[in-house]
Write a new protein. Structure first.
Length: 197
């Protein structure tokens, strides 16, 4: 019996035997478990492989044949009356061909005005610059009144760098009209904007 003074450190207990290490037991159990798992895996793999290999007893399946006789017609079949189709001549729709791509700013301006006068929104949009093509149809609805008979000046009335301005004149809906058209000539001439009053 060990005596412990009050408030002091207890003396070590030398009467008990030391604890035994169980590391060897754990290692042995892990090895047994590993061998069991590997053995089971090998056994399953050999079964799968043996099932995949054809044996002499295996025969290819026989072709499928029909055993039902073809149906017999009991009632007489009457031929259907022939239908006559009447052809109606169709008038071709006139298509306004686009002229060859204009090379000069004056040609672009003249073609654009001819498209405005013909109420050809698609043709006018095709002559617009890439960054304003979506705005041209709404400009047509805003500024152009039908019937339109507009003309454009043959030469620009003003120019500044890659921009040339042409004047517009004529009639819209029976009233006098005038305006301007801005053509960009940096690379390929195209309509940048137009206004008609």
């Amino acid at each position: 019996m060990s005596y412990q003074p009050p408030g002091g450190i207890a003396a070590p207990d030398y009467g008990r035997p030391p604890r035994k290490s169980r590391a060897g037991l754990f290692i042995a159990l892990m090895v047994i478990l590993l061998v069991a798992v590997l053995g089971t895996g090998v056994w399953i793999a050999t079964k799968v492989v043996s099932d995949l290999k054809p044996t002499a007893d295996d025969h290819p399946p026989a072709p499928i044949t029909s055993v039902a006789p073809p149906p017999k017609l009991t009632a007489s079949v009457k031929p259907k009356p022939s239908i006559t189709i009447k052809t109606v001549p169709v008038k071709p729709v006139p298509v306004t061909p686009l002229p060859p791509a204009p090379t000069g700013s004056g040609q672009v301006a003249a073609q654009f005005v001819s498209r405005l006068n013909a109420n050809d929104a698609a043709g006018a949009t095709a002559l617009g610059c890439a960054d304003v093509k979506q705005a041209i149809p709404s400009q047509l609805k805003t500024f152009v009144r039908r019937p339109a008979a507009l003309t454009v000046s043959k030469t620009p009335v003003s120019s500044a760098g890659p921009i040339e301005v042409f004047s517009l004149s004529g009639t819209m809906k029976g009233s006098a009209a005038s305006g301007i058209m801005v053509i960009e000539v940096a690379t390929r001439p195209c309509v940048k904007s137009f206004v008609v009053h």
